[in-house]
Every structure is written in C-alpha cells, then in structure tokens.
Design a protein around this ligand. Structure first.
Ligand code: PMP
Length: 340
C-alpha cells in the first residue's frame, strides 16, 4: 500500500530555487523558497494550516464551525481552502483597497467575503477588529487572528525552518524576508538560530512600513514613503513580530522591486508578486552588505497572477509613482551599493 498526502498534507516541502543571475552578480548563493507552489498558491497556506490545527487541538474550532479572519487575501485563500478540505465555512474581512483578483478568488472558492474600507489599526473600523467582532457575533466561529496568534510563527518553526536547514545542508548563512504578520520571519529565524546561532537573520521592509525602523532603530517612527506591495508592510509589533530574532534590517524601493520582478520573469522563469520582489531585493542587499560567499535564503511568496491588473497596467503604475523604466539588475545593484 502507498499513502498520498491530501490537500493539507501537501502544504510545505516546497523546492528551494537558485536565482542564477543574481547569484553570479553578487558572488553569493541566492536561493528562493518556492512558497508560491503551495496548493493554495502562497506562503500563507502554512499559517492557515498551523492556526487551524492549533485551534482544533485546543477545542476552539469545532466540527461544522466557521473560520473568520481579517486578511489582505492570501491568508484568506489558505484558510478558505484548508477550511473546505476539513469541513469548515469561512468569512473573510478584507480591506477594499486590495487587488480585485483576490476578492474574486475568495468568493469563487466559497468564502463569504466582506470588503471594508481601509482604516488604521487604532480605529474600530480596522479589518482585524471587525473580523474579531464578526467571530464573536457568529455561532460556532473561530477568529484566526494571524497577526497575534503565534501558532502562525510556530508552524514556520516546525516546517519552513527545518526545510531550509535540510535543503542547504545547514550551510545557510543568512535568511531574509519581509513582514506581514511576522510569522515567517519569527518562525524561520527562531529555528535557524536554534541550529546555528551565527545564522544572520534579516528583515527587509518596503517603504511606508515601520519594521525597518523597529529592528534598525528600536522605534516605529520611520515609516516614510509608500509601496504597492500587498501582504507586507507592518506598522506595529505584532505578537509574531515580537518573537522574531533579527540581526539587521534593510529597506527596498518599489523601483528596485519592479526591476527584480521583471528580471525574475525574463531571466529566471519566475513570475512572482511584489512581496517576492522586495524579498529578493533584501537578499541582494544582504549579499552586498556581507560580501561574497554567503548562502542567502529568502521567500518567494506568491505569483504575479493575483496582481496582473496593477503590475502590468502602465497607467496604474504611473499613478502610483512607478512609471515604467528600463532599469537593469546590474544598474540596480550599483544603485543599491550607493545607498549602503
Ligand atoms: N507576501 C505576501 C504576498 C503575503 O500575503 C504575506 C502575508 N500577509 C507575506 C508576504 C508576509 O508573510 P508573514 O505574514 O508571514 O509575515
């Protein structure tokens, strides 16, 4: 007899992909963990499964129950699909500023989608607070609370971290990723440090977020600029962020992110979304900062498919201060060197 994993069993164990040209240009091994190959299409399948299994163990999620979450999209997709495969309904509260593709996907997957106007975390109309209230008002419902539920980071500690360790035979010298909830960075940094404390763990931030400020300066005051990247860009120290062990932090401009996305598509065969571009930009910065010979791992979070109506619309990009330009990765690397 053989046994084949079901949907939930197919989450994780993603390949580690060498980024050939960026590795050559920097003299480092730059490796991307192909999280876009998870069955729900993103790194957030892991958080969804980790949170649901934890809630089942604790008796917080009972048969026929409803999972409620505030999410920019990918966690919602993960929760909806994990929920479908285990017999739970899902209600997803999403800021209406997010790419329309994601809401369409969620609806077609069977989730009940409740778009709400964007509001800061400090206001009761913020999508997370609304999700909490919806869960309280719905019978037999569980609020996933991905930002402050550390079952999120724990699942990365148990799976993503050990996979990276195994796939690099313990030779990983640096890990870098951006923060949405902080679950990926906290879990992976914690595991890699537990194996080898010298492993360098790095946060990369888009502009307009405060995590670079937090890790590089110890306060949340620098949140200047803006980014079109969705799913990352945190302004507060979530319970998952608080668990992250971080040695350094960098910021990556959206211009460089766009250059990387084009390069990854045209030269590496990887058609990826904005947060992956920020992450790979972070890996290049780690390479330039620490010099050649490093083995640097980052996360390839999801594909460009969910963002096509924006990423490939020159008018939308121009309105968002990203007029199309012909920047090569070689010139981008020189610009990054000059920024350091
Ligand atoms: N990239 C994308 C596309 C995401 O949806 C998310 C999660 N919101 C992240 C990166 C960040 O992952 P984490 O929540 O583990 O920090």
């Amino acid at each position: 007899m053989f046994s084949t994993p079901d949907f939930c069993g197919s989450i994780g164990n993603t390949p580690l992909i060498r980024l050939n040209r960026l590795s050559e240009l920097t003299g480092c091994e730059i490796l991307g963990k192909a999280e876009f190959l998870n069955p729900g299409g993103s790194v957030k399948d892991r958080a969804a499964l980790g949170i649901v299994e934890d809630a089942e163990r604790k008796g917080l999620l009972r048969p026929g129950g409803t999972i409620v979450e505030g999410t920019a999209g990918n966690t919602g997709i993960g929760l909806a699909l994990v929920g479908n495969s285990k017999g739970y309904k899902s209600i997803i509260v999403i800021p209406d500023s997010q790419a329309p593709e994601k809401m369409e996907l969620l609806r077609n997957m069977g989730a009940e989608v409740r778009p709400v106007p964007p509001a800061p975390y400090s206001e009761p109309g913020n999508y997370n607070h609304i999700a909490k209230r919806v869960a309280e008002e719905t019978g037999n419902a569980f609020w996933a609370n991905q930002f402050d539920n550390t079952a999120n980071a724990d699942f990365h500690f148990k799976t993503t971290g050990p996979e990276i360790w195994r796939q690099t035979r313990g030779e990983v010298s640096a890990f870098v990723t951006a923060i949405g909830t902080g679950g990926t960075l906290a879990g992976v940094s914690g595991f890699l440090k537990s194996q080898k404390s010298e492993t360098r763990t790095v946060c990369v931030d888009p502009f307009g977020a405060a995590m670079w400020s937090w890790f590089a300066h110890g306060h949340l005051d620098f949140d200047d600029g803006d980014s079109i990247a969705e799913g990352i860009g945190q302004g507060r120290v979530t319970d998952n962020v608080a668990k992250a062990e971080v040695d350094a932090a960098f910021r990556v401009h959206d211009r460089h992110m766009m250059c990387i996305l084009k390069h990854l598509t045209q030269c590496e065969g990887l058609f990826l979304g904005p947060s992956s571009g920020i992450n790979v930009g972070g890996a290049v910065k780690v390479a330039l900062d620490g010099g050649p010979g490093q083995v640097i791992v980052t996360i390839l979070c999801d594909t460009a498919q969910k963002y096509m109506s924006r990423l490939f619309d020159p008018d939308w990009l121009t309105e968002n201060d990203l007029p199309p330009e012909n920047l090569t990765v070689e010139v981008m690397i020189e610009e990054m060197r000059a920024e350091a």
